[in-house]
Structure formats: structure tokens, C-alpha cells
Design a binder for this molecule. Structure first.
Ligand code: R5P
Length: 291
């Protein structure tokens, strides 16, 4: 109960000053709930509007793949330099310090592994994601895969319902089947289908004519890095994707399999947020590596 002795009449009503009514800065998120926007704000930098997400969820289907054998030794040192961490719940609960204070994009589907047929997935309960304070829940869609397409689209559709109730944005990840063309037509179709079925952000791969993929997708797109490239090639891919309108990267192997992962992550971040060229990024990588 406030002290009643000194109750003063208000005088600063700002009559005549219109209330600010600015559009929310994340693509397609203006009509989301306050909670969902707050989570988006944790993921996407307010100034650049972009995000450098560090993906180390690979083990959920691949086991201890190169660079991820010991998360505590190889990935923990990278965490301070990422805007958002993407991992499975098992790694979150065992190997990500709870006081890291980074938004978590939680890998929220499971099912099969690389030893069998991929993508016959189930989805995590949203209460479990709330318990882990997820800022986003990520699941994969196998668009064009006869066996798994319907199941994975249904997973996304369902997750958009339940995560939406809790204000948790959903990321749709476009898996590329062996028979799929890795071109703008396929990634444009798959990304758009993710958004139409409720994804609030999409992770896909960079390709020729990527600007068309981004343009036709009403929510932010971040690119996966894919297999390990040279540092300069990887920075070049980031630069081109950003130039084509990507809202950032969700990158794994090209960071944690680099000769110098911290230097690489810092260089990627400078390309994504500050718009430096691939060559400048590569020089930055070399300078940091030589220190
Ligand atoms: C996506 O489904 C994967 O689990 C990875 O998160 C994704 O492929 C990003 O990692 P990378 O940059 O190594 O491709």
C-alpha cells in the first residue's frame, strides 16, 4: 500500500502528443502476442534486426559428430559470442550453463537417427519447452518426401497451435531429401509452406536466387551453414544470404569445425550485423586467429 500522505494530482498527461505506435521490427511478427515478441526480441538484435544463432543440435540424430564430442570443451567457449543457442534438450540440460543468459532455440522433434530412415518425428510437449525457458521451438519438415512429409507438416501445424498459446515462436527447418533439388524453387516452396503452416521463423539453405526465397516468405529466414567450407567461402555465403534479405544464420559445422571457432563466430557476426565484406571478415578471422 503506498503512503497516502502525499498523493499529488497528476499533471503530465501529454495531451496532444500522439501515442507511439511503431510496427514491430521482426518480419511477420507484428500480430504475435507480447510474449512471442519478447522472445523474438531476445533472438533478433534490435539494431541490426538479425541474429547469429549457433547450432549444435546435430548430435540428436548423429551422435558425437566432429567438433561436438565434448560440448563443454568446444562449444561452451563459443556461447558468449552467439545471439542464440540452438540445441537439443539433453545437451541444454547437461552442458549449457543455466546462467549463460542466452535465448534458446530448442530442438523439439525426435524420432529416428542417421542409422535408419530420417524424419519420422514426434514433437516435445510445450510444457517441457516452457520449463526450459525456450525462446523458440524448432522442428524439421520433410517437404517432398513421400513417407514423411504429411507427418512433419502435421507436427508443425500442431506445434504452432500449442506453442502459440504460450507465446513461443516456432522455427520450421527445411530438411533436404536426397532426391530434392537444392534450388530456389524447392527452398522457396518449402520455406513458404513452413510459414503458411505456422512457423514464425524458417531455417533453410542458401542457394542461387535466394532473394526470391526470402521475398516470398513472410517470416524471417536464417540460413544453415551446411557442410564445412573454407572460412572465406562460408563468410561469402553469409554475406550473400544477408544481401539477399536473410535475417541471419543458424550455423554449426562452419563454426565449431573451424581451425579457430571463436574467431570464425566473431567474423560471421561482423558480416551478419555490421555488413563487413567476406574479405574483411576473413582478415578479421586471420587477425583474431593469430593473436
Ligand atoms: C538442422 O536440422 C541441423 O540439425 C543443424 O542445426 C543445421 O544443419 C545447422 O547446422 P550446420 O550449419 O552444421 O548445417
Amino acid at each position: 500500500m503506498p503512503d497516502l500522505d502525499d498523493l499529488r494530482e497528476g499533471s503530465r498527461y501529454g495531451v496532444g502528443i500522439p501515442v507511439k505506435n511503431e510496427a514491430f521490427y521482426v518480419k511477420g511478427a507484428s500480430n504475435l502476442s507480447w510474449g512471442a515478441k519478447d522472445r523474438m526480441t531476445r533472438i533478433f538484435n534490435r539494431k541490426s534486426g538479425r541474429s547469429v544463432m549457433l547450432a549444435f543440435d546435430h548430435g540428436f540424430i548423429m551422435g558425437p559428430t566432429s567438433g561436438l564430442e565434448r560440448i563443454d570443451l568446444t562449444v561452451q567457449p563459443l556461447m558468449p559470442y552467439a545471439d542464440c543457442l540452438m540445441c537439443s534438450r539433453g545437451i541444454l540440460q547437461t552442458s549449457v550453463p543455466a546462467d549463460i543468459n542466452k535465448p534458446i532455440c530448442l530442438r523439439s522433434d525426435a524420432g529416428t537417427t542417421i542409422l535408419t530412415n530420417l524424419n519420422d518425428n514426434v514433437v516435445m510437449d510445450v510444457e517441457a519447452a516452457v520449463n526450459m525457458n525456450a525462446s523458440a521451438m524448432a522442428i524439421m519438415l520433410s517437404i517432398g518426401d513421400k513417407e514423411n512429409e504429411a507427418k512433419t507438416v502435421a507436427n508443425l501445424f500442431h506445434l504452432a497451435d500449442v506453442a502459440g498459446k504460450f507465446g513461443i515462436p516456432v522455427m520450421g527447418i527445411t530438411a533436404v531429401g536426397k532426391d530434392m533439388q537444392r534450388d530456389a524453387r524447392y527452398f522457396g516452396l518449402a520455406s513458404r509452406i513452413c510459414a503458411e503452416n505456422g512457423a514464425n521463423l524458417v531455417k533453410t539453405y542458401y542457394c542461387e536466387n535466394f532473394a526470391n526465397v526470402v521475398s516470398a516468405c513472410p517470416v524471417p529466414i536464417v540460413i544453415a551453414g551446411g557442410k564445412k567450407l573454407s572460412e572465406l567461402q562460408a563468410l561469402d555465403m553469409c554475406y550473400k544470404a544477408i544481401n539477399d534479405g536473410a535475417a541471419g544464420v543458424d550455423m554449426g559445422r562452419n563454426v565449431f569445425q573451424s581451425e579457430n571457432p571463436v574467431a570464425m563466430l566473431k567474423a560471421v557476426s561482423a558480416v551478419v550485423h555490421d555488413g563487413i565484406t567476406p574479405q574483411q571478415g576473413f582478415e578479421m578471422f586471420n587477425d583474431l586467429s593469430n593473436k
